[in-house]
Design a protein around this ligand. Structure first.
Ligand code: NAD
Ligand code: GLY
Length: 369
């Protein structure tokens, strides 16, 4: 088992990465379970196959549970979803010193985390991530949010969990496409800051995607360790360090917006394409060689992720995509920071990027091949 500390003054916690953790839940979470009844918020698709394992562990420890099931999908990360959940938590008598369990992917983690951030001005929660994306990204670092009609994740809070248990076994039931989408975030850690990890993934990525346990555990643990380092350095995304985690997200956000944030392009797929575009744009600026940019493209394609925006069949111009970017929540005093590359493993924050040039670049990419 890998145990990765997230070191934050007064709010430090551990991320445990191993198979079988849901079945050992009560043992690891014992210090946080002060009452007999444990409130659980769970994604229906995660609960059906994995809820029983969690319950057996609680029962063995003499605990009971109260369950709030969340319907799968982004629609649950809404004002209505938040209100319903908070009303339920209040009915359960959850107090500030209690801990709520969040079992599921980023949707349940973000929704539960935000509810716990505001419930009685903040109660505890434990992340039990069941998607690869949630294990390597959303469950770690304390960003919580819901969506509004104005856009995704526009209302939220920083609220750190008290413990994260990433159980490899939970991924056995994850649809293959979701697994690949999560892998894009794994690859991101290599591309942004760790050339050795990028090379390791080139060799072992197919084993990771095939859920071969040693490889999967190592990929998740190295990803979490990378994120933990960055979050410890810049918890609130103020110094620029945490912003590097947005590699691929600005281009990806534009593609997600153009496809209506629908199932036609999952978030991780947008990030994968976004990384390719960030690498190619960096090559256009002369910051990296085009061979290196194509190494990123090859890594994305090898994982079975979309790597060419021309293949999406979008009926739009580069200018339309650039306009979507201007609605990105990362806009800062009228300018949009981009994460670009000076090499694989060498991401940097670029301000004052010429949006007309971005639009021209995207038009070329839409027409390529
Ligand atoms: P998700 O939570 O929607 O899960 C993806 C799908 O997998 C859903 O259909 C879900 O029902 C299903 N599922 C979950 N676990 C399963 C399992 N073990 N077996 C079978 N099916 C399972 O999506 P996600 O990709 O995990 O997360 C995306 C969300 O995370 C977005 O809302 C995004 O904004 C957010 N996010 C947050 C952060 C952060 O730092 N807080 C970072 C990245 C993404
Ligand atoms: N997913 C980006 C972050 O946590 O900052």
């Amino acid at each position: 088992m890998a145990v990765i500390p997230v070191a934050l003054a007064g709010r430090s916690y551990e991320v445990m990465v191993a198979p079988g953790l849901l079945g050992e839940f009560a043992r690891h979470a014992e210090p946080f379970l002060r009452k007999t009844t444990v409130p659980i918020v769970a994604d229906r698709n995660a609960w059906d196959p994995h809820g029983r394992t969690l319950l057996q562990s609680l029962e063995t420890a003499g605990k009971e549970h109260a369950l709030f099931l969340v319907e799968p999908g982004e629609g649950s990360k809404s004002w209505t979803g938040l209100q319903t959940l908070i009303d339920w938590l209040l009915e359960q008598g959850v107090e500030r010193g209690d801990h709520v369990l969040a079992l599921g992917g980023g949707v349940v983690g973000d929704l539960t985390g935000f509810a716990c951030a505001v419930l009685k001005r903040g109660c505890g929660f434990i992340q039990l991530p069941t998607t690869l994306l949630a294990q390597v990204d959303s469950s770690v670092g304390g960003k919580t949010a819901i969506n509004t009609s104005a856009g995704k994740n526009l209302v939220g809070a920083f609220h750190q969990p008290s413990l994260v248990l990433a159980d490899m076994d939970a991924l056995c039931t994850l649809p293959e496409r979701e697994m690949r989408a999560g892998y894009a975030e794994v690859l991101k850690y290599g591309v942004l800051g760790d050339a050795d990890f990028f090379a390791w993934l080139a060799q072992h990525g197919s084993s990771v995607l095939a859920l071969e346990s040693g490889f999967l555990e190592e990929a998740v643990a190295r990803s979490v360790a990378a994120k933990a380092r960055i979050v410890a350095e810049d918890e609130r995304e103020t110094s620029g360090a945490r912003a590097l985690l947005n590699l691929g997200h600005t281009f990806g956000h534009a593609l997600e917006a153009e496809t209506g944030f629908s199932h036609s392009l999952l978030h991780g797929e947008g990030v994968a394409l976004g990384m390719v575009l960030a690498a190619r744009y960096s090559a256009r600026l002369g910051e990296i060689g085009s061979e290196e940019a194509e190494q990123v493209t090859a890594a994305v394609a090898a994982a079975g992720l979309p790597s060419e925006i021309a293949a999406l069949g979008l009926e739009c111009t580069g200018e339309t995509l650039a306009n979507h970017m201007l609605h990105d929540k990362k806009m800062d005093a009228g300018s949009l920071p981009f994460i670009l590359l000076r090499g694989i493993g060498g991401a940097y924050l670029a301000r004052n990027v010429d949006m007309a040039d971005i639009a021209a670049f995207l038009t070329e990419q839409l027409q390529a091949h």
